[in-house]
Design a protein around this ligand. Structure first.
Ligand code: GDP
Ligand code: IMO
Ligand code: MG
Length: 428
């Protein structure tokens, strides 16, 4: 089963990094296909904790070839910083390949991200401020800069000129900022070219050849289903396709290569940034989940919004992504609760909705209909077999499985690499 996709089922931070790491030793290639350094994946290996942003989490596994594919937006300075930091900790990053078609995040993208957010005022998205949206906008507007442009100064200059022509009008006349010169951007980008050159490859061809040779290729999604620009809670989304389909367009493999789609889902729900969140808690249970789950952003450090598990969202994810397996994470965080509410449907202005409403206004007004499950108090972090979980924890998982549209194949019971209960082999 050569091509496997891992994506997030909710609003991000489900523990995708840990799930990728779990498959690590059996994977030959790990591919990031969307997003950029807006992602934040924490992976705990023994006493070591790694925070990855731009690089795929699979980079931590020895022998794996990490790939940054065409669908990613690359801040090259951040790329080098992450590579240097991992090298200093003894991680071998020498195999990394970067697509020549990936787009580049520049200083003006970062600046525009921040000023547009400021001008949105109350309506702001709460972006990570990393320049993600403006870089994807330029890609779609056909004024983006790609990795391959760094190797032809003439072309690079022309493209930066074309981009800045528009941007400087915006920056100076609307946002009251200083104009950015073509020279400073070109000089900055060219300064990366020599170090970058050996990493650059035709990654679509590379992955095709790997798949033909029967290698295992893991496609690791950044962000999550409800942050997808097409299928998420638009406009409170990121600017890329973070759903499973994005793995094909974002890497240049055929969709029929993908045989397994693994969705990572938390045993409750969190969200960073603005936008609708039906099960959000504003009382002490929300605080309790945040404290118990250490729910603070890996990228921006912002406190995450917290709420109960939302089964219609899991079902929606299952449908949109063609999920074959769920990895349910952070079950251990719920230990100690007397009852655990689960959202089974929504009430929208007096009408019951069993599925996520297609209309944004309906979703904004969705009030969760809860079913309560009895909790457990035993420490489950040392459990490795499903049968050894407390009966109420088993029942909670079985109930979620019945509501969520796909089987739950693994259950996270702690942050560490080994803290997992496997029910079905994810690669079998
Ligand atoms: P990602 O963006 O989806 O990779 O997730 P993040 O790394 O941003 O957030 C997930 C957090 O939960 C990280 O700090 C992980 O170390 C932690 N984590 C993952 N799985 C589990 C689990 O099963 N139990 C606990 N307690 N923590 C977990
Ligand atoms: P991982 O991969 C959680 C959110 C931001 C904001 C919106 C748009 O760690 O799950 P952007 O900077 O992408 O334009 O911001 O998307 N966001 C995330 N939330 N986890 C992430 O990544 C996120 N990446 C972006 O908070 O609401
Ligand atoms: Mg994260």
């Amino acid at each position: 089963m050569p091509a496997i996709v891992i994506i997030g089922a909710q609003w991000g931070d489900e523990g995708k990094g840990k799930a990728t790491d779990l498959l690590g030793s059996r994977i030959d290639y790990v591919v990031k296909f969307n997003g950029g350094n807006n992602a934040g994946h924490t992976v705990v290996v023994g006493n070591e904790k790694y925070a990855l942003h731009l690089l795929p989490s699979g980079i931590l596994t020895e022998g794996v070839t990490p790939v940054i594919a065409n669908g990613v937006v690359v801040d090259i300075e951040v790329l080098f910083e992450e590579l240097d930091a991992l090298t200093a900790r003894g991680v071998d990053v020498s195999r990394l390949k970067v697509s020549s078609n990936a787009h580049v995040i520049t200083q003006y993208h970062r600046t525009l991200d921040k000023v547009t957010e400021r001008f949105l005022g109350k309506r702001q998205i709460g972006t990570t401020g990393r320049g993600i949206g403006p870089t994807y906008a330029d890609k779609i507007n056909r004024v983006g800069i790609r990795i391959q442009d760094l190797f032809d100064e003439n072309i690079l200059r022309q493209k930066v000129e074309a981009a800045l022509d528009q941007k400087n009008h915006l920056l100076v006349k609307i946002y009251n900022r200083r104009a950015i010169t073509v020279d400073e951007i070109v000089a900055d980008l060219l300064s990366y070219a020599d170090r970058l050159r050996p990493m650059v490859a035709d990654t679509s061809l590379l992955l095709h050849e790997a798949l033909e040779a029967g290698k295992h290729v893991l496609f690791e999604g950044g962000q999550a289903t409800m942050l997808d620009v097409d299928h998420g809670t638009y406009p409170f989304v990121t600017s890329s396709n973070s759903t499973a389909g994005g793995a094909a367009t974002g890497s240049g493999i055929g969709p029929n290569r993908i045989e397994r789609v693994i969705a990572v889902v938390k045993a409750y729900t969190t969200r960073v940034g603005a936008g609708p969140f039906p099960t959000e808690l504003f009382d002490e249970s929300g605080e309790w989940l945040r404290a118990r789950g250490f729910e603070f952003g890996t990228t921006t450090g912002r406190p995450r919004r917290t709420g109960w598990y939302d089964a219609p969202i899991a079902r929606y994810s299952s449908r949109i992504n063609g999920v074959t397996d769920f990895v349910l994470t952070k079950l251990d965080t719920l230990t100690g609760l007397e009852t655990i509410p689960v959202c089974v449907a929504y009430d929208v202005d007096g009408v019951r909705h069993d599925e996520v409403p297609a209309s944004q206004s309906d979703f904004h007004h969705a009030v969760p209909i809860y079913q309560n499950f009895p909790g457990w108090s035993e420490d489950i972090s040392g459990v490795r077999r499903f049968e050894d979980l407390p009966k109420n924890a088993q029942d909670y998982v079985t109930a979620l499985e019945a509501m969520s549209g796909s089987r739950i194949s693994a259950i996270g019971v702690g942050p560490g690499r080994e803290a997992i209960v496997v029910r079905h082999d994810l690669l079998d």
